[in-house]
Design a binder for this molecule. Structure first.
Ligand SMILES: Cc1cc2nc3c(=O)[nH]c(=O)nc-3n(C[C@H](O)[C@H](O)[C@H](O)COP(=O)(O)O)c2cc1C
Ligand code: SF4
Ligand code: SF4
Length: 303
């Protein structure tokens, strides 16, 4: 058996999760190819695989537009086992419908969508999650992959709910796609900070950054993934109207997991303030993991 996981990623969280799925599948004898979307990169044919996965970061309660365009090119399939996952920075209920457009396209083409999970991972926009929160997110995400992979391989399906109100809401927020493109034109390099390493040009998945007359220029195809600004080693990129919400620099998740001075868990019954928002998400996850007999301790997930 062979699986393919098709993803988009800006700051790497979706790819981290895809790699965990690949590891879990490999342990059960299913080899997995991961395809990361990039402009003009050839898309492997889903017909060549037995299981299909699709993962994307949530941008304005939706997938990136390029992700939907990719899914539209998929051939019809007869009942092919398929799983979806979306990666956001918060567990707001509005995120639950982020996959609806992808779901509907695939459903029409005959894919058998088994699950559609929400993974909460550190923000690459809005604010920087603190180390304890980031550690908790990664430990739980790994455990959720394990439980979800068990279900997928067993062909277990859960009802994917898409209430009308959420669908309308996601549809409304697709207006942000146009905004991202426009905002990309306002990206600027802070010349006094830039060390001319060329990394942003190399890593932009939309090939939207180039050099003209010796200067770095941003084109009109930005998808607001933050890969350039998040990874710039000199924090030299101004991201236009969203600059106040910029997050720069890796979270070093694997290092955090091994750091005993960063206490786990962070969210519990006594959590107060803004992080209260995450309580129910983790309560529900605890229940889901215990139903799968997956013990969740720092030691179990420090590999
Ligand atoms: C333009 C933009 C819009 C975002 N909108 C949402 C959102 O609606 N809901 C959410 O939970 N997270 C949102 N996020 C946060 C990302 O989904 C989150 O950081 C995710 O882990 C990024 O995954 P990646 O590293 O694979 O790109 C947004 C991020 C960006 C850059
Ligand atoms: S990644 Fe940052 S430092 Fe490197 S060239 Fe781009 S803007 Fe300059
Ligand atoms: S310019 Fe930056 S934010 Fe826009 S698509 Fe390229 S890497 Fe992503």
């Amino acid at each position: 058996m062979k699986a393919a996981i098709y993803i988009f990623t800006g700051s790497g969280n979706t790819e981290r999760i895809a790699k965990r799925f690949a590891d879990e599948f490999h342990a059960s004898g299913v080899e997995t190819d991961i395809y990361v979307w990039e402009k003009d990169k050839q898309i492997p044919n889903p017909s060549d695989y037995d299981i299909i996965g699709l993962g994307f970061p949530i941008h304005g309660f939706n997938p990136p537009k390029v992700f939907i365009e990719m899914v539209k090119t998929f051939p019809n399939a007869f009942n092919k086992p398929t799983f979806m996952f979306k990666v956001g920075g918060e567990p707001l209920w509005l995120n639950n419908s982020a996959g609806q457009k992808v779901y509907r396209i695939l459903n029409k083409k005959g894919y058998n969508i088994l699950t559609d999970k929400l993974f909460v991972m550190p923000y690459n926009m809005i604010f920087r999650h603190n180390d304890r929160m980031a550690k908790q997110m990664w430990i739980y995400a790994k455990a959720l992959v394990k439980a979800n992979a068990q279900d997928i391989l067993a062909g277990k399906s859960e009802k994917v709910k898409l209430p009308l109100i959420k669908r309308i809401h996601s549809f409304f927020f697709r207006i942000e796609w146009g905004f991202y493109k426009l905002n990309g034109k306002f990206f600027k390099i802070k010349k006094d900070k830039c060390i001319d390493c060329g990394k942003c040009i190399k890593i932009c998945p939309a090939k939207n950054i180039s050099v003209k007359d010796g200067k770095i220029k941003f084109g009109g195809n930005c998808i607001m993934c933050t890969r350039c600004s998040f990874n710039c080693p000199a924090n030299a990129i101004n991201i236009g109207l969203l600059n106040k919400w910029k997050v720069n620099g890796s979270y070093n998740l694997d290092k955090l997991i091994n750091d005993e001075t960063v206490k786990f868990p962070f969210i519990d019954d006594n959590t107060k303030g803004g992080y209260k928002l995450y309580k129910n998400y983790y309560k529900n996850l605890d229940k889901f993991l215990s139903e799968h007999n997956i013990a969740l301790t720092e030691q179990n997930y420090n590999d």
